[in-house]
Design a protein around this ligand. Structure first.
Ligand code: FMN
Length: 211
């Protein structure tokens, strides 16, 4: 029973009937020393099929852009607007990470992993047990005086900080990942049910490395 526990999920329904998984509290101690994680960090493109246990998934999402202080995150953000949103696509559907609750809310029942792989050579992304899809809410960036900031530049910078957290957390946990820019926003936006002004900025397949 003890061995099974890390794989158990707290699945429920929100008051709107949306499927919800409450993730186990993030592990905020231990892991690999930072310099060793940096030494181990690399891109992986071959994954085993085994799914990622909920504890590791929750730890990864928290590392990427969870709350580590009251209202503040594990990665910096321009103007502290915290516009990065994380989605998880895996065989049981597409899920949005809710960082305040440390939970996943289902947005699609279908397996849409293939939608992250815009090109044939990128099929490895469709076959990984899951991908994290980074979305940026451009609505959060205000006009400053008479100057509109270059929103996409900020979106990509904010995404980069969170993405490096995923690389390092994966290295620490013995998981593999790869930053991927070769996706089409228009393939992903409808299946993730993205609202106007939300843009897909990066995809990162995650799995146990094949070798
Ligand atoms: C913004 C960005 C986009 C990338 N897009 C892809 C991609 O679409 N497909 C892919 O296989 N690798 C992609 N990569 C991974 C790079 O190819 C990889 O980081 C680089 O070759 C260095 O290898 P390393 O990460 O193992 O150090 C991307 C990396 C970054 C930072």
């Amino acid at each position: 029973m003890k061995k099974l526990f890390p794989l158990l999920m707290l699945v429920g329904l929100t008051s709107f009937g949306q499927e919800k998984i409450t993730l186990p509290s993030p592990t905020k101690f231990g892991g690999m020393p930072l310099m060793e994680a940096l030494a181990a960090r690399h891109s992986t493109r071959k994954f085993q099929t085994e799914p990622i246990a909920e504890q590791k998934l929750g730890d990864l999402l928290w590392a990427a852009f969870g709350f580590n202080r009251a209202n503040m995150r594990t990665a910096p953000s321009a103007l502290n607007k915290q516009g990065v949103e994380l989605y998880v696509v895996r065989p049981d559907g597409a899920w949005r990470y809710e960082p305040q609750e440390h939970a996943l809310l289902k947005v699609n029942n279908d397996d849409v992993r293939g939608k992250t792989a815009a090109m044939k050579q990128q099929a490895f992304a469709a076959n990984a047990p899951m991908s994290i899809v980074f979305v940026f809410d451009t609505n959060v960036i205000p006009t400053i005086g008479d100057r509109k900031p270059n929103v996409m530049e900020w979106a990509k910078l904010d995404t980069g900080f969170a993405a490096q957290n995923v690389y390092l957390a994966c290295a620490s946990m013995g998981l593999g990942t790869c930053a991927r820019g070769s996706f089409k926003h228009d393939d992903l936006a409808p299946v993730l049910k993205l609202a106007e002004g939300k843009v897909v900025t990066l995809c990162m397949p995650v799995g146990v490395p094949e070798d």
